[in-house]
Design a protein around this ligand. Structure first.
Ligand code: ATP
Ligand code: MG
Length: 438
């Protein structure tokens, strides 16, 4: 029998080891140690959240979260390798080499704390730091598939909300009333999209409807939290499908207004963004590094170029200067939604401002571009522009070729004059290319 996520049942449905496919081999040894030791000391302890869900779906979970009735201090007393973190709500981090197992004490759901002072005027939860029992802890979780508890006492799964059935039918169902749960924490809208893209789940229609009402509430989410969520949305291997879903549900528009305006009017830019998202997913699949500054640079490219052109029409400056200034302004406006750390915005500006330099392929200054610390990112960016026809393919080929050439070949490619020749040939006769906007 399926419990609907919207109806409360106090007793869990217990799915025994014979009736589910979560194998112990899918669970990290460290997580198992934590569970065993807590149990041995007389506490309840469960794996919960994404790891149980992913194990059920044979997705090889990497992060393991433990929920227990031991308080953080009691957890710390059991493990030497343990640190307590978090001010608002204390969590224990138990470390095994590089692996960290997060151990959280059961918490009561916000709905149990029926005090208006706990919510802001739009219903967002401001405080939910009350310890509880497992049958309270379950109700504060977001989706039914994220609220499954796995115990090593008999390897069963405890399901209070019909999560097992929802995993089987690949349905993303919010626990409780979607309108209320999304108002409490608007980031859940982004989590819905992220899980739908990652797990290939369908979002429950009432949740879709609630997202359509509440998308503008993303504006109330602290920008730093939105940036963290941005990383999970776009750097975990499903950037393209995530983007499509975010757009369909009107959420991308809330996160990136300037990008949205250009995407709506510029098909070539839309193709460029799509190509960059696919490229990011390919890199993640190949275990290559990805940096958020690259994708952010892509998102901001059209707005930055547009603003840079305005700047140049108002004041005399080089294209590189105008691009750098414009990225500064576009980023500043964006920070109100998503706070992007300086360690990403600074290289991003450099990457964008370098783009006109790819059009100069003669002489020492042109060759020096190869040594620029942002060359690699700027080159990848330019190649992507070439892929969508925004940079001449011969230019792209030139910069690809010169990277593997010997010093002599390279000097020839950049038509570097030898010192003796240089004296003979008057400077004025050297052909100069005017940089152009790509
Ligand atoms: P993944 O690790 O793949 O991102 P996850 O489900 O483990 O997915 P986490 O962000 O690690 O996601 O959170 C762990 C668990 O905490 C979730 O499964 C969910 O039960 C609960 N949780 C996290 N964020 C929220 C939220 N905003 N609202 C309600 N519950 C949440
Ligand atoms: Mg997790």
């Amino acid at each position: 029998m399926k419990n609907s996520g919207n109806s409360r049942s106090d007793a869990p449905q217990i799915i025994t080891r014979a009736d589910h496919n979560v194998s112990r081999n899918e669970i990290s040894k460290s997580a198992l140690k934590v569970l065993y030791r807590l149990n041995k000391a007389g506490y309840q302890a469960f794996l919960v959240g994404g790891c149980v869900r992913d194990a059920m779906l044979n997705l090889h979970p990497k992060d393991f979260d433990v929920a227990t009735n031991a308080t953080p201090e009691e957890v710390r007393a059991l493990f030497g390798n343990c640190r307590l973190i978090g001010r608002r709500f204390r969590l224990a981090h138990v470390r095994f080499g590089r692996e960290i197992i997060e151990v959280a004490t059961f918490r009561a759901a916000a709905i149990h704390v029926d005090d208006d002072s706990e919510h802001d005027h739009e219903g967002r939860i401001l405080r939910d730091n009350v310890y509880g029992t497992i049958d309270e802890d379950v109700w504060r979780r977001d989706f039914t598939c994220n609220a499954l508890y796995y115990t090593t006492t008999d390897f069963s799964i405890w399901d209070f909300v019909g999560g097992v059935a929802d995993v089987e039918r690949k349905q993303l169902v919010l626990i409780g009333d979607p309108e209320v749960r999304l108002r409490e924490d608007p980031v859940r809208m982004l989590r819905a999209i992220r899980f739908a893209a990652k797990l290939d789940f369908t979002i429950d229609p009432p949740v879709v409807e609630a997202i359509h009402h509440h998308a503008p509430l993303l504006a109330n989410v602290p920008p730093a939290r939105l940036f963290d969520e941005f990383l999970k949305l776009f750097q975990t291997g499903h950037a393209e499908s995530t983007f499509i879903l975010l757009w369909q549900h009107g959420l991308f528009q809330e996160m990136f207004p300037a990008t949205t305006e250009e995407l709506e009017n510029d098909e070539i830019f839309a193709g460029f963004v799509r190509a960059a998202l696919q490229n990011t997913d390919r890199r993640v699949a190949a275990d290559k590094s990805v940096t958020p500054m690259f994708l952010l640079g892509v998102f901001f490219w059209a707005p930055v170029k547009k603003l840079a052109a305005i700047r140049r029409s108002e004041e005399k400056m080089t294209e590189a200067q105008s691009l750098s200034l414009a990225s500064y302004d576009i980023v500043a406006a964006q920070q109100r939604r998503l706070s992007i750390p300086r360690r990403f915005t600074v290289p991003m500006r450099e990457m964008l401002a370098l783009q006109p330099r790819f059009l100069q392929m003669r002489g020492k200054r042109a060759m020096k571009l190869l040594e620029h610390r942002r060359f690699r990112a700027a080159y990848d960016f330019m190649i992507l522009l070439a892929d969508v026809g925004q940079v001449d393919s011969e230019i792209a080929q030139f910069w690809t070729d010169v990277q593997t050439q010997s010093a002599t070949e390279r000097a020839a490619s950049f038509q570097m004059d030898s010192p003796s020749k240089k004296k003979r040939r008057p400077r004025s006769r050297r052909r100069r290319r005017k940089p152009q906007a790509s």
